[in-house]
Design a protein around this ligand. Sequence first.
Ligand SMILES: CC1=C(CCC(=O)O)c2cc3nc(cc4[nH]c(cc5[nH]c(cc1n2)c(C)c5CCC(=O)O)c(CCC(=O)O)c4C)C(CCC(=O)O)=C3C
Ligand SMILES: [Fe+2]
Length: 391
Amino acid sequence: MPEARSEVSPYDALLLLSFGGPEGPEDVVPFLENVTRGRGIPRERLEQVGQHYFRYGGVSPINEQNRRLLAAIREDFAAHGVDLPVYWGNRNWEPYLTDTLRAMAADGVRRVLVLATSAYASYSGCRQYRENLAESLDALAAEGEASEGPEGTAPLTVDKLRHFFNHPGFVEPMVDNVLAALDELPAAVREHAPLVFTTHSIPTSAADTSGAPEDPARAEGHPGGAYVAQHLDVARLVADGVRKATGTRRPWQLVYQSRSGAPHIPWLEPDICDHLEALHDDGVPGAVMVPIGFVSDHMEVVYDLDTEATAKARELRLPVARAATVGTDPRFTAAVRELVLERAAAERGEKPRRCALGALGPSHDLCPAGCCPAPRRPGAPEPRRAAAGVD
Ligand SMILES: CC1=C(CCC(=O)O)c2cc3nc(cc4[nH]c(cc5[nH]c(cc1n2)c(C)c5CCC(=O)O)c(CCC(=O)O)c4C)C(CCC(=O)O)=C3C
Ligand SMILES: [Fe+2]
């Protein structure tokens, strides 16, 4: 029996906003062009990354994973009396964000809550999505003007859910996924295997300015900004959960993967492959890779970890296992529901309970001015407008 209906006003819809990925060989190059437009990623890196996709028939797993997440969220909403339609749009591939927002407007949606498939603060994981939203809303407004005359305005307003990295519905499934990965290691290795938490490397300049300007993690003497602080908090929480479940305190470290950009620009380090080598040199018997930076096992996980890092480990004869990401774990979809109801209540002026584990507390609802600023690119025009935040 469904429970009593939950209050979702003032929202008319939830929008799952993601990265997008190619769905066949002919999509790979146009997809990469979409991703890298104006970003100065070296040609060689693009060719390499193209090869990663071609190895898998030109298909990224990410779209299918988002279709499943969409279905899981809808099921969870239906089972809990949350009467809110859920849409899906991407930054870099079909269904494109602008098309989804257009369809939403046509369905009569006016006020949209956005769930971006990125748990942490950073330009790539937060403001860039907000810029994409602003751009799409502008494009729709322009279409409106073209068809209806000068008073056409964007009919949609968008809010974005707070970062969910420290929500128990994100952290707790990760703990179980680490336990499952530990079980894949040979028994003799398992007991002392360290946890290698991994996330997307970003330029250190982007990391240092990630989060709100008044976030203590952005102060002088805190390299890595909110991006690193949030990942460290999750790593600590997951390591703690694993220790409680196994009775063993094991070493852990946060490392990085999927670096791109020009070699002379500093990005977060160490790289996971270098770290595996260091573990091996230290005589560590094996390790578990834990991709806390991602919400599904997409290409950055199946290629950079399962293919590249695993090949490196094999070369070192270092047994490794890789923990799954949260994917469609029911605790994660329940967290999405809780976050939606929490935000709706906050927008109605109520004081909802805000679930958060760890030391940092719940993240802000509204990105303040100067939050996760865009990188300055030489010759680039003025900073782009961003929706769902103060600036
Ligand atoms: C922080 C972060 C996340 C996590 C948060 C989130 O999930 O949003 C993320 C996710 C993803 N990144 C992805 C793919 C790519 N990212 C690239 C490039 C870049 N990512 C960056 C950062 C991040 N990226 C950065 C700073 C760049 C440099 C260029 C730029 O400043 O933008 C490139 C270009 C080639 C290359 O350089 O690798 C590709 C192809 C996919 C899709 C995977 C699939 O297809 O399954 C996903 C989920
Ligand atoms: Fe990326």
